[in-house]
Design a protein around this ligand. Structure first.
Ligand code: FES
Length: 112
């Protein structure tokens, strides 16, 4: 087992996470306010941008292959190096879903 330092940019928060546990699991144990919902790699609520470092997250089904290089789903991601993560940053696929939903809502409101 190897332990790595995970630093959350823009905060004073830093935790130690082994390569055998998920980042979210350690956040919960340490009282870090990391958002999450499904805990199975689908909803993207626990997403963080990878500023520096590497993770393994083969079960992060909510991300495209390209997004897995830039974003960590902390409920699935295990560190493979020291990390810097920016919590609350979401991949483009979810951002475009939000825009589509907002546009659909605006259209529905205009029909009222
Ligand atoms: S909590 Fe849903 S993808 Fe991580």
């Amino acid at each position: 087992m190897t332990e790595y330092t995970v630093e959350f940019v823009g905060t004073d928060e830093e935790i130690t996470v082994s390569d055998k546990e998920t980042i979210l699991s350690r956040c919960i144990d340490e009282g870090i306010a990391q958002e999450y919902s499904c805990r199975v790699g689908m909803c993207l609520a626990c997403s963080a941008e990878i500023v520096d470092g590497e993770v393994t997250q083969p079960a992060a089904r909510g991300l495209t292959d390209e997004e897995r290089e830039q974003y960590a789903l902390t409920c699935m991601a295990r560190p493979q190096s020291d990390l810097k993560l920016d919590r609350g940053k979401y991949p483009p696929s979810i951002e475009s879903d939000v825009v589509r939903r907002e546009q659909a809502d605006d259209g529905a409101a205009a029909d009222d």
